[in-house]
Design a protein. Sequence first.
Length: 69
Amino acid sequence: MRKQDIEIKISPTGEVSFTIKGVKGSSCLSETKFLEEALGGEVLEHEKTSEYYEESEDASVYQTTEEED
């Protein structure tokens, strides 16, 4: 299993930013949803890292074929 980290920064003015590392694909958005809700503030910006554009390790490719009768 790959290591996953969330780096949280709080500025002197109280602005919070966080970066998730070790999660590929768009699942990082759901991984941090609890933080957004817990902080209760408005999300000003989502900045996607290069990992966001990589294929998720959990992704599976399925191929189906239809049999002709």
